[in-house]
Ligand binder design. Structure first.
Ligand SMILES: [Zn+2]
Length: 439
């Protein structure tokens, strides 16, 4: 900034405004708000010249430079000066020079990031863990040896998260159990999510948020389980946060008369599930059932179902799905690497922008397909740790919170149809309920 101000003084330019994007590289393609503001001010004619320290501070991407040049031409801005080399955008020589410098800067940036990537890979191959003062949860101070009791906690958390329990509910559980974070404090959802989504717990080495290879430490959960965690977080992010659950069977019951979803409803202090008519709901409005007995009956049926041989058999069939998932996952990672390579080639001008677009489109389509398939497959693993545990769960069922109960029910039950009542809403005739099991 000082050098730029000095240059302005030398040239007799009045500094209209200083635009600073601190810590934002001009190469990575991240949004640079001040740069955008400067472009807007140039376009609107509020500024008539630009002074930069070096051209690579303006942009390191040839494409962006072209946009800048076009904007200057349109707005009639020909005064562009740098401290390190004078460039006159107003003539062809200057323009040529600028383009040359931008191409060179892009190549340098690409080379530098390739170097960083190589170094990260090398470190991962050597199995050297990250620096930092705190050990990761689940590991000893050397950041390599697994701490058995915490590893068990991580496996439990992953299983329960995949079974549909929320991060908030899991934090409550951790804090009630007296399990602290590595810093010795209580758990918050952000910390918990960080642990659950980290490649580290799956034996993967990360660098700047990207998996660069297998780690030397042992995996606490499988990479596929971690992928399922990521899928569920993504699905949750897309669907938005929902309010805390009040009814065990929300969204799980259907009207036996019209097939519509039943909605929870409180009438004169009796909790019910009802079929709503009207534009928002579209049901027949002619079916009501008192919540308590249905919830009891469905819970009992679910817990019984967990211990049946049919379910154990169905679970055996899950292995095939898991294998398919591992294949998909590997293909997805390979495609993501490929995209990154294309990006590097494009930024170093080894391929043109058009070639880059052509090359990446089929890969991006493949990635989207794989992600969809993975999201679909993740549904099969929700029974992890539940099958065969029906009897044990029945004993502590009333002590479980509603969300945990609902997660267990949802792992087994797709939905239940409620038939019309014959003996009044209050008494429950079990033949009214027809469950449709997931497995
Ligand atoms: Zn209905």
């Amino acid at each position: 900034m000082e050098d730029c101000r000095k240059l302005a003084a030398e040239r007799g330019w009045t500094v209209g405004e200083e635009y600073v994007d601190n810590d934002l590289s001009a190469f990575k393609g991240k949004a640079r708000p001040e740069y955008q503001r400067m472009l807007a001010d140039l376009a609107s004619g509020h500024r008539d010249g630009v002074l930069i320290y070096n051209l690579d501070r303006l942009t390191r991407m040839p494409m962006e430079l072209e946009q800048f040049v076009q904007l200057c031409e349109r707005a009639g801005v020909s005064q562009v000066a740098t401290v390190t080399a004078d460039i006159d955008m107003g003539n062809d020589d200057g323009l040529f020079m600028a383009r040359l410098l931008a191409a060179f800067a892009a190549k340098e940036s690409a080379r530098k990031s390739a170097r960083i990537r190589r170094k990260a890979l090398q470190l991962a191959e050597q199995g050297k863990p990250h620096g930092g003062p705190l050990r990761p949860f689940g590991f000893e101070e050397d950041k390599v040896a697994v701490r058995a009791e915490e590893a068990e906690v991580i496996r439990t958390l992953v299983a329960r998260f995949l079974a549909g329990e929320s991060a908030r509910s899991l934090c409550t559980w951790l804090n009630e159990e007296g399990i602290t974070t590595v810093a010795g404090g209580p758990w918050m959802t952000t910390t918990l999510r960080q642990v659950l989504r980290s490649g580290r717990i799956a034996g993967l080495r990360e660098h700047k948020g990207e998996i660069v290879g297998d780690a030397v430490w042992e995996a606490i959960v499988t990479p596929e389980q971690r992928q399922q965690v990521l899928n569920r977080m993504e699905a949750k992010r897309v669907s938005g946060t929902r309010s805390p659950r009040r009814y065990l069977l929300s969204g799980l019951l259907r009207c036996g008369k019209c097939g519509n979803r039943l909605f929870s409803s409180l009438r004169v202090d009796t909790r019910r599930y009802v079929c709503h008519s009207g534009p928002d709901h579209g049901g027949c409005g002619r079916l009501t059932i008192v919540a308590g007995p249905v919830e009891e009956w469905i819970s009992a049926a679910v817990l019984h179902r967990l211990d049946t041989p049919e379910l154990a058999d169905a679970l055996a069939g899950r292995r095939a799905a898991d294998e398919r998932q591992a294949e998909l996952w590997a293909a997805l990672e390979a495609d993501k690497d490929l995209l990154q390579e294309f990006a590097l080639m494009a930024s170093s001008r080894a391929i043109s922008t058009a070639e880059w677009k052509t090359a990446r489109e089929p890969v991006e389509a493949r990635i989207r397909r794989a992600e969809q398939q993975l999201a679909h497959l993740s549904g099969t693993s929700q029974l992890e740790g539940l099958v065969g545990a029906g009897r044990e769960l029945r004993e502590r069922w009333d002590g479980l919170n509603l969300e945990r109960q609902a997660a267990i029910v949802k792992a087994v039950l797709d939905y239940a149809t409620v038939g019309p009542g014959t003996r009044g809403a209050r008494s429950l005739d079990p033949s009214r309920l027809v469950p449709t099991w997931r497995l």
